[in-house]
Design a protein around this ligand. Structure first.
Ligand SMILES: C[S@@+](CC[C@H](N)C(=O)[O-])C[C@H]1O[C@@H](n2cnc3c(N)ncnc32)[C@H](O)[C@@H]1O
Length: 379
């Protein structure tokens, strides 16, 4: 069976897999032997792939109907299959070949020679080659870890950097140490909100606007709330700076009282809730961290429509590097503030089902838990 293959950035592969699956829910996804390659099976218009790759944080490219070759198949097979691929999936306009590597160099394999060979095949089939601004690019990923080469017409840049990570939070006019890494913020927004058309994103405690900004610049309708007027004013400055104000609206108020705070037209639109709560004692001063999260979950549940998702990011005691897979369901987690089983119970009691947990290594004494939950229809 032919599949499309997503080529993922190396920063946090497990989250990148979850992100592209959230952006393309109509596709069945399963990983190849190479950790950074994900098979996507199913059908969707090309425009859906373009949209998903361009708003994702973790996907470098999708190779359509890709040839998946493994080193045991022998080089001649690769050449035959790529030649047949070019014939089977013709393109109109100019073309170029683009290649990139995962996990170092594959023994005895020269990307340059392969590109030359595939370029020759394209010329032989009467394509005009334009290395600067081709209409179509034939992408080739060489993955040394699994001895796999994947080749196909490409959607996305194939770059290791998403362009988001180069836009650092410290560059914004309003920055605080709590500001989220834009790359993680974008990923969390996509996990929570799914495809762009699905609905709006609500950043429940927006601070300097980490999530709301990423949601708005990626073309989503975004809403943000904060109890602190200084944060609302600063987040607005950041939105203006990013030319994203037309996509976003901020509310000064309490995320535990959404039903009163948000106008009806806003409530009905939200498909993704994202929460990065304050560390330790919060600005309300009275609620313990897990109790505050429970109040926000409860309040969010009261306005969540069917199919809504919730992403929570909280600090944890260091877990070490664990970026290749989601956490096993029974893996113990030690929150920095409060107990995991209390947090888990909060989700259950407020109408949210935990769908996945991932950890991010921050430094030797700090990790982060990224948790995805879906809204459970109330009977
Ligand atoms: C960790 S910061 C969020 C940082 C944010 N993600 C960013 O990128 O800047 C938590 C924020 O929650 C706000 N906050 C605390 N309690 C709140 C509540 N009940 N409702 C709304 N905002 C609240 C604080 O004022 C603070 O700005």
């Amino acid at each position: 069976m032919t599949s499309h293959v997503a080529s993922l950035r190396g920063w946090h592969v497990a989250l990148a897999r979850a992100e592209i699956s959230a952006l393309l829910p109509e596709m069945a996804a399963h990983r190849l032997s190479a950790r950074r390659l994900l098979c996507l099976e199913g059908s969707a218009p090309v425009q859906r792939f373009e949209e998903a790759v361009s708003c994702s944080s973790g996907c470098q490219a999708i190779l359509l109907n890709a040839v998946i070759w493994s080193v045991e198949d022998g080089l001649e097979t690769l050449f035959q299959r790529v030649e047949a691929y070019i014939e089977t999936y013709p393109r109109t306009g100019s073309v170029a070949v683009r290649s990139w590597k995962h996990e170092g160099k594959m023994d005895g394999m020269s990307a340059r020679e392969l590109m030359r060979k595939f370029g020759g095949m394209l010329s032989a089939q009467s394509y005009s080659i334009d290395l600067e601004t081709p209409d179509h690019r034939l992408g080739m990923v060489i993955d040394a870890s699994a001895g796999v080469i994947v080749c196909g017409w490409m959607i996305g840049t194939g770059d290791e950097s998403d362009g988001i990570s180069s836009r650092r939070a410290t560059d914004r006019p309003f920055f605080k140490p709590v500001s989220l890494d834009p790359r993680l913020a974008r990923l969390a927004v996509n996990l929570a909100s799914g495809p762009l058309q699905r609905g709006a994103t609500l950043d429940l405690m927006t601070g300097t606007g980490g999530f709301v900004l990423e949601a708005a610049v990626s073309g989503r309708q975004a809403y943000g709330i904060d109890l602190d007027p200084e944060m609302i004013e600063g987040a607005q400055r950041n939105l203006d700076w990013a030319n994203a104000s037309s996509q976003a609206r901020l509310f000064h108020g309490d995320a535990t009282t959404l039903d009163n705070l948000l106008p009806d037209d806003v409530k009905q639109r939200i498909s993704g809730f994202v929460l990065d709560p304050p560390y330790g004692r919060n600005s309300q001063g009275t609620l313990a961290p897990v109790t505050l999260i429970q109040a926000v979950l409860n309040s969010s549940s009261s306005v969540a429509g069917p199919g809504a998702h919730f992403v929570l990011i909280v600090p944890i005691h260091p877990y070490g590097e664990y970026g290749d897979e989601a956490l096993p369901v029974d893996a113990p987690i030690h929150l920095l503030h409060g107990e995991w089983h209390d947090l888990e119970a909060c989700f259950e009691q407020t109408g949210w089902k935990i769908e996945g947990r991932w950890v991010e290594h921050v430094h030797a004494s700090l990790g982060r838990l990224i948790l995805l939950a879906s809204s459970v229809p109330r009977g």
